[in-house]
Design a protein around this ligand. Structure first.
Ligand code: B3K
Ligand code: ZN
Length: 864
């Protein structure tokens, strides 16, 4: 690539307010697969420099005409991806007619035709693939949209309320929509297709009736009730917890098969990946049900946090995403198990986010430099962003946090604002000083905390010193304001009231400097400390906790999350000591006994017990090492799983047999199925004859959670019956691609040398399609993320498979390619042979003609 053809970076520091505003946008779409005509009429007002030209963004557009106040103009130029119009009056109506080709648009961004329906995806910068526009989030306009199409596209949908419809003179039809709320272009949506529709209504707490409509592919109505029920729960929850009501007369969700992400919050017209909508007990797992509820909630919550108040520029993405993830996490936690939701969120942080933050793509939750915006819809912006909001919530408390939200909406409803505006509202409403806290927005990397404990029996004083160090890759970071939650347990497992010199102390410590000591007195014996309770800050904590102390925490901590965390630490310690000291050969009898007590007594949440039985993932363990010992982690994890299976086989059998679920999605049934799955996972590794009959029974169940539990157990155990069960599944579900994705993911987990050839053969499977992101992720994404042994084969065949795929996807769908590249980003953390082999694949990409900006940005950073 020559210097001038390299994709250019944008910087937060260069933000400049627009010179023009668009007050109103009128769009007419004449839909044709290869030549859709888009007529746009923009009402413009100059607000900046008198001489400034109007600069509009546009990609892959054919300009048919351009006129100002009905007069054709010639004083314009198209430079790269911009249309520059000079000498415009201070206010005018600009008319632009362009032509685009939805059918050949495989990027799934802009307007595309796939699976027989027209659909748009505009966030972040896809609107510029539809028409020339000020495609930036701080330009907000009301929209009128007319869609004209053949009648086979029965439903013609856009944002807002439908105001007109009818036939055209040439026998086609049209619908006109008006969105009264000003919005940026990224929230625009259009869908045209022939769908089945589930209708419902919701009455808001102020008594307004809202029509709900869920559009799905023909024949899928039986899979819609859960999504619509989730939507109603989300609407009610947002009223109760955040005092926020819906604002339009209609809320529509459309499910499409070809979609790059989970879903999109377009005003009044959400577009969803069908896998995040469709569910019934036969085809979807309990986890799918949970994901659907959470994503439906997430997109709904964006109506206020994202749509009513949006981002000034894309560097502020976490303003809406971090906050909305926090809101959806709270929604799931209020409706279900808070502990399990917390465990899930922390797993994402400790595996994916910590690794991103330590690697070449490390960026603050408010990035400062971006080449391709789509590359910044990351676990850092979303999940670490949500942790930052959660820390503010911890520091302020629920009441003050809600006061902050109210002030934020009072100040900024209808505006495009910054993360600083949000923090100011929180701080002003609560009186809590968040100046130092704001560093979380501008510093990347995971802070490292070191906890040093001391108990002085002569004065009955316990002291805790917290040292805070900058991350290795960000040595210049300043100390952060960290809410550090603790619980002190006595020998009986009782919580000790925190006090010093007669003053009651809070259990959230304000850590603000590099070294800080906190003292607690009136403590009669050396306590066992639960540190960073509930993962109160996204940090790596180094603590010298012994095995007996971890077992004590696991039994007695008030936070279920911290009990699970202690169990994970026990496993991690054991695995690490195996790797560094091979004489220490097995899990201790105390650890095995603690597990035995859990399944024998089955006290408390069964789903939590299921979690407590899971060894840490490869990624979690990898994070513990500077150079990832791939083979050792795999070998020792397998050995420990085998030990659990062998030593607890009888208990696991008894537990499995005792669990009868009623097939519903009630919390207790879901928890029973989760524990049954865990039992099967281990039982498949034993020689117990009952195990095979349990597996066969589960595999033939009509409940997908049970079926998948059985299949995944046999695949992971390389059990001889796996082939028979997988073949049966294929013949049973070939008609349902979403279910087949589960099968592709299982196929990707095959062990042994044939794994790679198997994947290549599956590229030819009638259900596989390189242009469908769900298929690609199910097969190759599962392989590269979860089939560690085969992906990281030392003969590099796994890496070549992924490299070949990325080259292919670069031409079809750069966004998907870029996402699939992730495993290569941490190439430097592997041994020489593996890292050189991964680097080679990155170099192949770097040398590729026509490398997309999406891949270019990541490959360049990875190789730097
Ligand atoms: N806002 C969208 C994500 C858009 C991604 C663009 N590449 C979904 C969400 O976070 O709700
Ligand atoms: Zn979002």
């Amino acid at each position: 690539m020559t210097e001038s053809s390299k994709p250019q970076a944008q910087y937060l520091k260069d933000y400049k307010a627009p010179d023009f505003l668009i007050d109103h946008t009128e769009l007419t779409f004449d839909l044709q697969p290869l030549s859709t005509k888009v007529s746009s009429l923009l009402t413009l007002t100059r607000v900046g420099d008198k001489k400034a030209p109007l600069v509009l963004d546009g990609i892959d557009l054919r300009l048919l005409s351009l006129s100002v106040d009905t007069v054709d103009i010639t004083d314009y130029e198209i430079v790269g991806e911009q249309l520059i119009i000079n000498n415009l009056p201070d206010s005018c109506q600009l008319s632009i007619v362009t032509e685009i080709s939805p059918e050949t648009n495989t990027s799934l961004e802009g307007l595309y035709l796939s699976g027989g329906a027209y659909c748009t995806q505009c966030e972040a910068q896809g609107f510029r693939k539809i028409t020339y526009y000020m495609d930036r989030p701080d330009v907000l306009a009301t929209f009128d949209v007319t869609i004209i199409a053949d009648k086979k596209y029965l439903q013609l949908l856009s944002n807002g309320n439908q105001v007109d419809s009818g036939e055209t003179s040439d026998g086609r039809h049209f619908v006109k929509w008006q969105d009264p709320f000003k919005k940026p272009s990224y929230l625009f949506a259009l869908v045209a297709g022939d769908f089945d529709v589930l209708k419902d209504t919701y009455t808001t707490k102020s008594g307004k009736d809202v029509e709900l409509a869920l559009f799905v592919d023909k024949g899928n109505l039986s899979k819609t009730p859960h999504a619509i029920a989730s939507l109603k729960k989300a609407m009610q929850w947002d009223e109760e917890r955040f005092n926020l009501e819906y604002d339009l007369d209609i809320y529509m969700i459309v499910a499409v098969d070809f979609f790059n992400m989970g879903a999109m919050e377009n005003k009044g017209l959400n577009v969803f990946n069908s896998k995040c909508v469709l569910a019934n007990q036969e085809t979807a797992t309990d986890k799918d049900y949970h994901t659907i509820e959470s994503i439906v909630g997430h997109e709904y919550f964006h109506n206020w946090t994202g749509n009513r108040v949006t981002c000034r520029d894309w560097f502020q993405l976490s303003l809406k995403e971090g906050l909305t993830v926090f809101r959806d996490q709270e929604f799931s936690s209020d409706l279900g198990s808070r502990a399990l939701n917390r465990i899930d969120a922390v797993k994402v942080m400790r595996t994916h986010q910590f690794s991103e933050d330590a690697g070449p793509m490390a960026h603050p939750i408010r990035p400062e430099k971006v080449i391709e915006m789509n590359n910044f819809y990351t676990v850092t912006v979303y999940d670490k962003g949500a942790e930052v909001i959660r820390m503010m919530h911890t520091l302020l408390g629920e009441t003050n946090f809600q006061k902050g939200m109210t002030l934020y909406f009072e100040r900024h409803d209808g505006q495009a604002v910054t993360c600083d505006d949000f923090v100011s509202a929180m701080s002003d409403a609560s009186g809590v000083n968040l100046e130092q806290f704001k560093l979380w927005y501008s510093q990347s990397g995971t802070p490292r905390l070191n906890a040093i404990q001391h108990f002085d029996s002569s004065s009955n004083t316990y002291t805790l010193t917290i040292e805070q160090a900058a991350p290795d890759n960000q040595p210049d970071n300043k100390p952060l304001h960290i809410p550090f939650a603790i619980e002190l347990l006595d020998a009986n497992g009782e919580s000790i009231a925190l006090q010093y010199k007669g003053k009651k102390l809070d259990d959230v410590l304000d850590v603000t400097s590099t070294t800080q000591t906190f003292s607690f007195d009136n403590i009669l014996e050396k306590p066992v400390a639960v540190l960073l309770e509930d993962f109160s800050a996204p940090c790596i904590l180094n603590q010298q906790t012994t095995e007996p102390e971890l077992l004590h925490i696991m039994r007695f901590a008030r936070s279920d999350f911290s009990r699970w965390d202690a169990q994970q630490q026990l496993f991690i310690k054991a695995i690490k000591s195996q790797i560094t000291d091979t004489t220490n050969s097995m899990l201790s009898s105390e650890t095995i006994n603690a597990l035995r007590v859990l399944i024998n007594t089955k006290e408390g949440d069964l789903a939590l017990i299921a979690e407590l039985f899971k060894l840490p993932s490869f990624d979690t363990l990898a994070a513990e090492f500077e150079v990832i010992p791939v083979d050792e982690i795999i070998e020792i994890t397998e050995k420990f799983e085998q030990q659990i299976a062998d030593e607890l086989a009888d208990e696991l059998l008894a537990c499995y047999e005792s669990l009868e679920d009623d097939g519903s999605i009630s919390a207790s049934s879901v928890a029973k199925r989760a524990l049954k799955q865990t039992c099967l996972h281990y039982l498949a590794k034993t020689q117990k004859p009952e195990a095979v009959s349990f597996i066969k029974e589960a595999a033939s169940s009509t409940n997908m959670t049970n079926v998948l539990g059985a299949l995944s157990a046999v695949v992971k155990a390389s059990h001889p019956i796996q082939e028979e069960l997988l073949n049966h599944f294929d013949s049973q579900w070939r008609h349902d691609v979403l279910v087949m994705d589960k099968w592709f993911a299982l196929q990707a987990m095959q062990s042994g040398n044939k794994a790679i050839d198997n994947i290549k053969a599956l590229y030819e499977h009638p259900c596989f399609d390189f242009s469908n992101p769900n298929r690609v992720r199910a097969l190759v994404g599962s392989f590269s993320h979860f089939n560690t042994a085969q992906f990281h084969r030392s003969d590099a065949q796994g890496y070549t498979l992924l490299g070949d795929l990325l080259i292919k996807l670069n031409a079809i769908n750069p966004q998907n390619a870029s996402r699939m590249l992730t495993p290569f980003m941490s190439w430097k953390r592997y041994d020489d042979v593996r890292s050189q082999a991964m680097k080679l694949q990155l170099q192949r990409l770097a040398n590729l003609d026509g490398l997309s900006a999406d891949l270019y940005e990541k490959v360049e950073k990875a190789l730097a």
